[in-house]
Design a protein around this ligand. Sequence first.
Ligand SMILES: [Zn+2]
Ligand SMILES: [Zn+2]
Length: 389
Amino acid sequence: MKRKLSVLLLAGLLIILGLCGCSLNTDKPQNAIPYPSDKAAVSPSAHPEATAETEETEAPTIEPKADPSSDLEVHFIDVGQADAALLISDGHCMLIDGGNVEDSSLIYSYLNKLNINYLDYIIGTHAHEDHMGGLSGALQKAEVGNVYIPKTESDAKFYQSFKNKVMAEGVTPINPTSGTSFDLGSCSVQLFCPKYESTDDLNNTSIMAKVVCGNTSFLITGDAETDEEYDILNQGYDLSATVLKAGHHGADTSSSYSFLRAVMPKYVVIPVGKDNQYGHPDEVALSRFRDVGATVYRTDLQGDIIVKSDGNELSITTEKNENVETNPTVAQGSENSQNVESQYIGNKNSKKFHRPSCKNLPAEKNRVYLNSRDEAIEQGFSPCGNCKP
Ligand SMILES: [Zn+2]
Ligand SMILES: [Zn+2]
């Protein structure tokens, strides 16, 4: 039934896009307006935590568009253990990553389905195949106006072939700097990049994009890990976002507490492959998303995830399993039957114990399973103030 809904939605979209002219080859690309260089930009504050109690320094922010007619659709396309997000606003389109080489035809047909023949922007977040491998498929279907890629490149065939195709269209890829901003239809986009790029650490060269649509916003972070998260935090930009695309497929080396505190997402979308060899998403990252109270959506369980914003409200549709448990508080299907049968769960580190339904459960590796309240007290645990076991 969800399928039917999605089809209807896409059919509607097709009509809308047709009307808006997104499909027209004659669409003029929106010009990228580079933000003044770091020096000229408003002085970035230090790490938010470090400045919390000092005088507030003015950090560069995006002026949210007050236009009540703002609209945006973000399609997190299910490309397995890879990333691809298609953003559409008022007939203008941006593709951030395009999955693996083997997803090229999927990307092609996705654009085809929506009758998209022109992409105002393509962002290749970083030179890994699971992000930029399928972008060539997009270029088979659509012309492109502007391409953003990090300075750090790759010799890999998928990368060179994408770059050659872009150049053949007469477009020179741009290496953005933090603060680069431009409009996408009725939305504004701002890019964040690490100050320091290491060629042997491609994940941490990821270009992050924040897209603001009225009072709602999206932060898409590629495979940025903790190092880059801190780098960007230190640049002092406003990273708050309603929807966060989890870094690195939900790995525990991304989505640090400091970063999540700055973003404070209501929703987290994790593009991740079913039964992938890396164990993504990691339980530790999932527990952090629970701790900040974010609702999690996952492509491995729910397929394509489409988030629509009217500038104020979001509506989220999934290809399948709309109501599936995406972030259970107690590990399900664990071989350790104690997990399920235990009455209480203790935290090795804090020495607090919780009810299994508590929102503040510790990460899997820090858990001690306890059969009774007495056992917990005997072992030196004290009750959590939240769930009051
Ligand atoms: Zn990567
Ligand atoms: Zn990746």
